[in-house]
Design a protein around this ligand. Sequence first.
Ligand SMILES: *[C@@H]1O[C@H](CO)[C@@H](O)[C@H](O)[C@H]1NC(C)=O
Ligand SMILES: *[C@@H]1O[C@H](CO)[C@@H](O)[C@H](O)[C@H]1NC(C)=O
Ligand SMILES: *[C@@H]1O[C@H](CO)[C@@H](O)[C@H](O)[C@H]1NC(C)=O
Ligand SMILES: *[C@@H]1O[C@H](CO)[C@@H](O)[C@H](O)[C@H]1NC(C)=O
Ligand SMILES: *[C@@H]1O[C@H](CO)[C@@H](O)[C@H](O)[C@H]1NC(C)=O
Length: 453
Amino acid sequence: MLKTSVLLTFLAVTVCAQQNYFKVLIREIDNPAGTLRNGNPCSEFGFLGVGCNTFLGAAVSASGNNVSNSNTLGQTQINTHLETRISNLNVIVSDDQASTADSFNGFDLHIALATDSNFTPESIIDDYVIHVSTDQEQGVYTYTNTRPGTLATTISIAWSTNIAPQSTTNTPEPTTTGVPFTGSTLPPTTTPKPPVDCSEISNLTSGIQTIYPDGSTPVSVYCDQTAYGAYTIIQSRGTVGENITFDLPYANYSAAFGTPGKGNNYWFGLDNMNSISGQKTYALQIDLCCGTKLIAKQIYHNFKVGNLASFYKLTASADISGTGLDYSSSGKDLAASFSTFADYHGPKTKDNCDQFEFYDDANDIQAKSYGGWWYGSCGNNLNGFLYPSRTLNCTVPLEVFDNNRMLGVNMRTTSGPGFDGYDVDLQSYDRVRMALFSFDSTTIDRKDDSFCQ
Ligand SMILES: *[C@@H]1O[C@H](CO)[C@@H](O)[C@H](O)[C@H]1NC(C)=O
Ligand SMILES: *[C@@H]1O[C@H](CO)[C@@H](O)[C@H](O)[C@H]1NC(C)=O
Ligand SMILES: *[C@@H]1O[C@H](CO)[C@@H](O)[C@H](O)[C@H]1NC(C)=O
Ligand SMILES: *[C@@H]1O[C@H](CO)[C@@H](O)[C@H](O)[C@H]1NC(C)=O
Ligand SMILES: *[C@@H]1O[C@H](CO)[C@@H](O)[C@H](O)[C@H]1NC(C)=O
């Protein structure tokens, strides 16, 4: 008899405690900063774009409690390998006051990221409160905060509750009052924000997709979905699609042109590069192919393209110094503005830029200008003339160069003087691409030649 009554009491308590719940699933955190909120780097390897080892603190309330001053943040170490993005995080945070909520019309989520489990002020990477106005019992939400001066954290969450929504006859306007709402540039919404890049596309088959680099304007790109993450292809050359000219006026380079696709000729547009590189920290990978052979895979961290006022200045840090965009000859492409022959903003004079004035004295041959680029060293131009493929030999024979005077699709793979002492290699790759990624670059297989096949 006694046993039975204990059991009944226990059941009653259980049923009562189960009455209302509110839970948030933190699915993914992308914190590309590599620096603390105070601007200090998290690691001596911050220059490589590595992230911070991170403790996550989170508190959630659907019952109106102030989560801002919550000092009972459930906390967990989410990252021990300097990752910048943690997919499949799947940490669940509950509102333990959910039973006191009489209706559901939204919730507050407090997220703190720090390198120290005590969340000391000097260890804080990011700390903010999100308010989501909704009366849906479940949903998904992606939020990008703006961290002043440095880089944003993007968080993907889902929620689930059985608290009934407020009666629909007098639903008040959703409000954020009473909650210190730090940083959002987006109105609270239950609609996932449009994909900014290929990593936010849910379709994991490589192909052409629509992304929104500025958050609202659609652009068609080729998304290369790989085992380690998604690449957003912002430039490609090759002999698969239509052979279009890249010898275009400056204004054309601001917008996208060509056709996206593997081995196609495509340009994402400088305005789109400016927008997308303002959204997240990206690394740039340049793949150079000769025939089906991979000649080089060059990686540059913290890829940024400035706005038109800066003439779309390119900045990034090279994995291997002295080659590619970091090739130096009284200037580098990294830190150069974008130029065409008619609208030149190079650090060298136009007369000294081999892409415009290359002059082979011995053979009395002068190159013709072709294609816009960040002419810093004047040794590179992935927008150059596309020579017909000579399988596995991308050296342009002098007699062939002599016929059209075009330097080709060049990218320095060595340091020091190039062909005959000039900046250029007199190589013309027949398939290249510029690909942006935001996953951990240590996972990249640097011998992967699938793009060239
Ligand atoms: C919530 O807490 C924060 C930090 O203690 C405080 O600044 C804010 O005024 C509080 N908000 C409300 C509505 O009490
Ligand atoms: C996924 O993308 C591929 C490549 O663009 C496309 O062929 C396929 O139809 C898409 N699948 C879905 C379900 O949208
Ligand atoms: C270049 O820009 C002009 C003027 O906007 C436009 O008519 C032309 O189609 C563009 N060419 C390409 C290849 O995008
Ligand atoms: C592309 O077109 C140009 C101009 O017609 C031509 O000279 C060049 O050989 C073509 N390139 C390829 C790869 O077909
Ligand atoms: C590639 O072509 C150049 C010039 O025609 C020649 O000197 C070189 O030996 C060739 N390389 C290979 C690997 O065939």
